[in-house]
Structures are given as C-alpha cells and as structure tokens.
Design a binder for this molecule. Sequence first.
Ligand code: AMP
Ligand code: MG
Length: 488
Amino acid sequence: MSTARVLTIALDDQFARAVPELAVPWHAEPAPEPTLLVLNEPLATGLGLEVDQLRGPDGLGLLTGTLVPPDARPVAQAYAGHQFGGFSPRLGDGRALLLGELRDRDGRVRDLHLKGSGRTPFARGGDGLAAVGPMLREYVVSEAMHALGIPTTRALAVVATGRGVRRETVLPGAVLARVASSHLRVGSFQFVAAQGDVELTRRLADLAIERHYPEAATADAPYLALYDAVVAAQARLVAQWMLVGFVHGVLNTDNVTISGETIDYGPCAFMEAFDPATVYSSIDESGRYAYGNQPGITQWNLARLAEALLPLLGDDQDGAVEAATASLSAFGHHYNAAWLSGIRAKLGLPADLDDEVAAPLVEDLVALMRAGRVDLTTFYRALGRAARGDAEPVRGLVLDLADLDAWLERWRALGPDADAMDRVNPVYLPRNHLVEEALAAATGGDLGPVERLLEAVRSPYDERPGLEAYAAPAPDDFGAGYQTFCGT
Ligand code: AMP
Ligand code: MG
C-alpha cells in the first residue's frame, strides 16, 4: 500500500477509534491493471470528491485501496452472524475493507468501503476477491433501489483489477467501492456479545446511536430507544421491499444493518410472477429467505439483536427480556403501517379514506394477484391505466375476470388518482433477465447494456419511448427456475 500525494480526500477512522476490538488494520492487494468500469458521478460529487481525480491513477488507487490518503487507516471489520439459522461467532470482512469515513456535502458521515480488495484475516477459505459480474449486479440493483426511494448502501464505482478470479471458470476480477451510512450490522453486536464484554457492547451501541439515532442519546433509556429505532427502521425497510417484490436472498444477521439500509446484494432479485414462496438463491434450499418470509425473518433477526443488547436493556435479566420483547412486538405494527400506507399510495387511494375500508380492499387485491401470479410491476402500472378508464391492460393480466371486475368496480368508486399512482409505481426495474444479459455482456467487455439498464432504472417512474424492453417481464424461455448464485 502506498499513500497518495495528490488525493486530498480526508478519511476519518471513527469506527477504528471507537471500537478497535472490531477493527483489524489491513491493506488491499495490488490491482495489476486497474480499469474503471463505472463511476457514480452524482454520488461522488455529493461526497465532495473530484470526478476527474477519481478517473485518474490516484483515483483508481483509492477505489481499489492500493493508494490511500496519508492519514487513512483501512480496517477489516469483525462481525458474527446467524447464517441460515446457524450461528458463526467469527465472520467479518473476508474480502472487504473499510477505508474510513468521510463527510458528504450535507454534513452526513459516510463509510467508504471496498469489496473484492483481497484476503483479510477473516477470509477463512475464501480468495478475498470478487468478479466483475456480481460487483456490477450490486451497482445496478443498489442504484435502482435508491431511485425507488428504498434505503440502501450506494455504489460509488466498480474497477476491474486485471486479475482473474477462479470461480466455476476464471472470471475478470473487480473491486466495488461502496458508500453507506455505516456498516454496523446485527452481526456486529452479536460479535461483541459473544465476547461477553458489556463495556464493548456499550461502546458499539454508543457509536450506533451517534451515527444513526442521535435522538436516542437523550431518551430515558437510550439503549432501548436504539433498539426501538432499529426495529422501526427494519420494519419500514422490509415493507418497502415487499411493495416492489424485492427478494434479498441472504437475510443472515450479518446482512442486516443497524441503519435500516439494504446491504449486500448477492443472490437478490425482483419477483416476477407473484408468489410468496419465491426464492432465487441457489443455496436457500429450504426457502428460509423466500419473498413472503422476509418480514418474519427480519423480526427473527431483530430478536437476535435484542439478545446481543440484553445487558444494556435493563438492570436485571427478566426486566431486560420483558422490555426487549415489548419493543420487538412493535415490529408488526410498524411493518403493517408502512405496508398499508405504501399500498394505499400504489392504488392511488384518497388520503382521507378509512383504513377499515382500505384494508379489506387491499387484502382482496393481494388474493387476486396471488391467484393470477401477476407481475407486480406491470400490474400496478396497468391499474393506473384502469384508473384513467382503460381496464383492458389489467384485464389482460389475470384469468379470473369476474373477480377482477368486481374488485375494479369497488376500487374505482373510491376515485383513485392515476397521476399519483404513476409517481409511486415503477415502470423500470432491474429485471432478472436484463441484469443477467447486461452482466454477461460486461464480463465479455461490453459495458453498453449495463449503462443502458442503469439509465432506465435511475428514473423508474418516468415512462420513456424506446425503453419498452426494460418494462417487460422476462420472456418465457428465461425460465421460472431463475437462480442467482452465491459464487459472488
Ligand atoms: P456475504 O455472503 O457476501 O454476506 O459474505 C458472508 C461472509 O463470507 C463474510 O464474512 C464475507 O466476508 C465472506 N466472504 C464471501 N466471499 C468471500 C471471498 N471470496 N473471500 C473471502 N471471504 C468471503
Ligand atoms: Mg455480507
């Protein structure tokens, strides 16, 4: 690792100072031939970074971790995690580094983090590397999520390293530079709890409060207020996933943030035919992380967070358990409220409509969508046309027309607002077949399809001529058995 002479970026080491026990000073492996594949210019500018500088040799050094500012102290972060239900006390950044924190133009602290930058002491059997395809998948899908208004880590750049990565075949390697409001995870708390060090747990919780929930610091019970805030943020997050049909794929506790941002886009995908049992990850054999299980699994993950925080939640064990249980039971309330308010907006329902009227209408609609295995995205946009008087597009999507017509009549009687619907129902998502096509082209050296897909999904609500292919579900031969692989 060398230090930059030209780069003027100031990187803090707040995490490493606050919880050195969770920060292993480390460095990136050299990138033999770095080539910038994509750079998120608006994000870079928002972070106060110079786009021209990032495109130059010093910038590529920063984006691969091989040339860091003099004061930077890159670290691999330690965390634990429940993976598919089983607890691993020591996971950590096996192929990632936290370069440090910076302040964006709005004064917010942001982690600058790399993925695919080489083996670390947490690498276990892994090679520490990442391939171009999966890093571009994270770039495209996280940009789409951001454009949809769903909290997420952001992708700053993908740089090809010039190094081959051995998977089923040898693939071109890459490093993803990622920005997040932090990389604190449920698994970070599980790591410190497993050490039995209450003082360290308290320091980590204080950091989480400072970074994400400063109002908790002045609450009567700050750590319970922190937990309440995480429960609410995660409930809102998973409700937003459900509204757009997003399946995360690997909802292990190490992939659940304290901030409430979506993190770690591995075998994730957007559901096409509506079915709660939808699973895309090839390693999720039991369907633990199926679309319909995501709220329940998130609540389960939050129960693991409560266990880790327990020594901070009350004076005695029984009182702490009681307090945590009450907090966690609010998950359902937060989730239902976020989901109902989201779906009311998607249906263009008037703001003053009673939930008692809206809720059964929504329930019946979900039953219709499920029976018809409809494509959510197409369906909601077609409903917008129905709100304008043309029900034929939506009638073309379901088999049971009598049920649909009866439902449409009830809904239209409420005066749905079609323009408002179009502002919240996306036309363009990174559909699985489009992502696969674009990643295959990029792996072969053609970035055109990735760039065009990004352009479509960055303005998801604004229907534009010429982009019809980005709005259509997968062709039949793409197959219902679509899977993404964890060979990420
Ligand atoms: P993920 O499935 O990406 O959330 O990763 C789960 C754990 O495996 C984390 O501790 C990662 O750092 C680690 N990991 C995943 N891929 C690799 C790799 N190629 N080399 C080293 N560690 C890895
Ligand atoms: Mg992860």
